[in-house]
Design a protein around this ligand. Structure first.
Ligand code: ADP
Length: 268
């Protein structure tokens, strides 16, 4: 099969012998590509009709139509959810089709932390304690837009899976290898250990009803995983049921820069 993609595995057979197993995975890769294209096309086709429906529905103020009030608000809520789902599917398709980052910029982590804090407070409607901690004092190299979307997803999860009155901490800390980690730590419901390895799969949920109620699309952590992969970063999840969860994004030293203390150029 000329042009085939082979997957090679070396398996120990005995003390001195190894087995080399070659498998033709061309068909698998082709099917995977077809799946990605299909999802991307369907999402793209759904975008326009949904925008129209959502736009028209938003023109109605439920308060002005008391007889339809509950029906209108539910329709607005569901059309918003569907729009969010389509946007997340498109984001995921875009990320999956990328082998490397389109932008490599110097990202100010001081302003990233402040933005995340503001977003957390807005989402929480001041029902949670939100704090930021920065013991690394570094910036990152990568795509500010993509990383912001990944970190926002973690912050939004922390708020959604933490009852009112709980704590959310967003921390930038140094890693021993010269890298740095951005962690989102909550004091929420926590996640039973058996679910942890599967959390970043699309639509994988610990509790379907709680996730639906909380307004998620089921794609947040899949997006986080892909954004981090493009940055050669690693997601580490630790959790205690009833105590809370920590989602730590570890960046290697090559992605870390000392912080620009001032925008004024240094004198030569
Ligand atoms: P969703 O839109 O359902 O939140 P995500 O991909 O963001 O989708 O998360 C997948 C699942 O992981 C969630 O449904 C939830 O069960 C669990 N989860 C994510 N973040 C947290 C968290 N901070 N605390 C508890 N559970 C979480």
């Amino acid at each position: 099969n000329p042009g085939a993609t082979l997957s090679l595995r070396l398996i120990p057979y005995s003390d001195q012998l190894w087995l080399l197993v070659a498998r033709d995975v061309s068909r698998l890769l082709q099917l995977e590509q077809m799946r990605r294209d299909f999802v991307a096309n369907v999402s793209h086709e759904l975008r326009t009709p949904l925008t129209v429906i959502h736009g028209y529905l938003d023109m109605f103020d439920p308060d002005e139509h008391p007889e339809w009030a509950s029906m209108l608000s539910e329709m607005q809520r569901q059309s918003h959810r569907m729009t969010q789902l389509v946007e997340d599917l498109l984001t995921l398709s875009r990320l999956e089709s990328q082998d490397e980052l389109a932008t490599e910029e110097h990202i100010s982590m001081a302003s990233m932390l402040n933005t995340l804090r503001r977003e957390a407070l807005a989402l929480s409607q001041d029902k949670h304690h939100v704090s930021i901690e920065d013991t690394a004092g570094v910036d990152l190299i990568g795509s500010g837009k993509e990383l912001h979307s990944a970190f926002s997803n973690l912050v939004s999860n922390a708020i959604r899976y933490t009852p009112a009155g709980g704590h959310i901490r967003i921390a930038l800390t140094p890693d021993p290898d010269g890298g740095a980690a951005l962690s989102v730590i909550d004091s929420g419901y926590g996640i039973p250990a058996q679910h942890l390895p599967r959390l970043t799969e699309r639509f994988y949920r610990v509790s379907t009803s709680r996730s639906r109620e909380s307004g998620g699309t089921g794609l947040g952590l899949a997006i986080v995983k892909h954004v981090l992969q493009l940055h050669q970063a690693r997601l580490e999840i630790t959790s205690d049921v009833g105590q809370g969860s920590t989602f730590a994004c570890h960046f290697v030293a090559a992605r870390v820069r000392s912080r620009r203390t001032s925008s004024v150029p240094a004198e030569h």
